[in-house]
Design a binder for this molecule. Structure first.
Ligand code: ADP
Ligand code: MG
Length: 271
């Protein structure tokens, strides 16, 4: 197999990822995809951004290549590099290059985690050029007509040290995400964890109390993901108070007072 032949089928999502719509985000994203507009999904951790992209890739029938960004990631990790093997050196495409070649949706998850010198490699793919220069290889990859770049961004982690430059931000259309409203979040917890509606409602109520503490001792509220975790433990027979402690209190904070406050909320509903 030649170095750059990748079967797009391997990145096609076979089963529909369950996604509960919270507004008009599906129609808006479809319009953005039709324009091949690079998109930024903004919102706190665990509120459904990744699930949304998976759902949309499935719906649009496009392969999805996801990259979890981190600060050790280099431009070569995205673009590709020469590798040494028995026959000498061989070019290996990185995930961004593969996505551009095969017309995938490339999802750079938590892109602020990457260093700015890494982030700039996406620039030529996000304007009229729609191309990716592989400098080390001396090749200019023209993006496939179906290629789209999507990034996720958590505004809560914004700091001067770690933020996207305006010159990067202003290359994207953006959609705001947040924890879903009550009835929708209850439906998600029921579907994803298998608990009954009444239990899901209690979990969501507890999260509402905790979310009010954001900025008053908590950096982030209890995410939808954590509610699903709590529900999954309860479904497995774990006693609700212990399940809530493990998933909705202990991961969030080490501050004893804050833990007391959260435990009190749990007691109110499951005491
Ligand atoms: N709108 C939604 N529809 C279905 N599941 C959701 C939704 N929002 C959150 N979830 C649940 O929460 C979990 C975390 O969502 P995820 O997309 O991974 O969050 P993010 O990428 O924003 O950190 C998912 O695995 C899913 O169980
Ligand atoms: Mg995610």
């Amino acid at each position: 197999m030649s170095e750059n032949t990748v079967d797009p089928q391997q990145y096609i999502i076979k089963d529909e990822p369950y996604y509960e719509s919270v507004g008009d985000e599906i129609a808006l994203y479809e319009a953005a995809y039709n324009a091949r507009m690079p998109m930024m999904l903004k919102g706190p951790t665990g509120c459904g951004k990744s699930r949304f992209v998976e759902h949309m890739a499935y719906k649009l029938g496009r392969p999805l290549i996801t990259v979890a960004c981190n600060e050790d990631m280099t431009a070569s990790d995205l673009v590709g590099r020469f590798l040494l093997d028995a026959d000498g050196t061989k070019w290996q495409d990185g995930p961004l290059t593969t996505a551009a070649r095969i017309g995938a949706i490339c999802y750079l998850d938590e892109v602020v985690e990457a260093r700015q010198d890494t982030t700039v490699v996406i620039h030529p793919l996000t304007d009229h050029r729609r191309s990716l220069p592989l400098d080390k290889k001396g090749e200019l990859v023209e993006a496939h007509a179906d290629f789209q770049l999507v990034i996720s961004y958590n505004p809560g982690y914004q700091s001067l040290m770690k933020d996207l430059k305006q010159s990067t931000k202003q290359r994207f259309g953006a959609l705001d995400f947040d924890y879903p409203e009550e009835t929708i979040e209850v439906a998600i917890v029921v579907k994803e964890s298998g608990v009954d509606k009444e239990t899901a409602e209690k979990l969501v109520q507890i999260s509402h109390r905790a979310r009010n503490l954001k900025g008053h001792g908590l950096d982030e509220g209890i995410s939808t993901r954590l509610l699903v975790y709590a529900g999954q433990l309860i479904s497995k027979g774990v006693e609700p108070q212990s399940a809530c402690m493990m998933t909705m209190v202990t991961p969030l904070t080490d501050d004893p007072d804050m833990r007391d406050t959260l435990n009190a909320a749990v007691q109110t509903f499951f005491g």
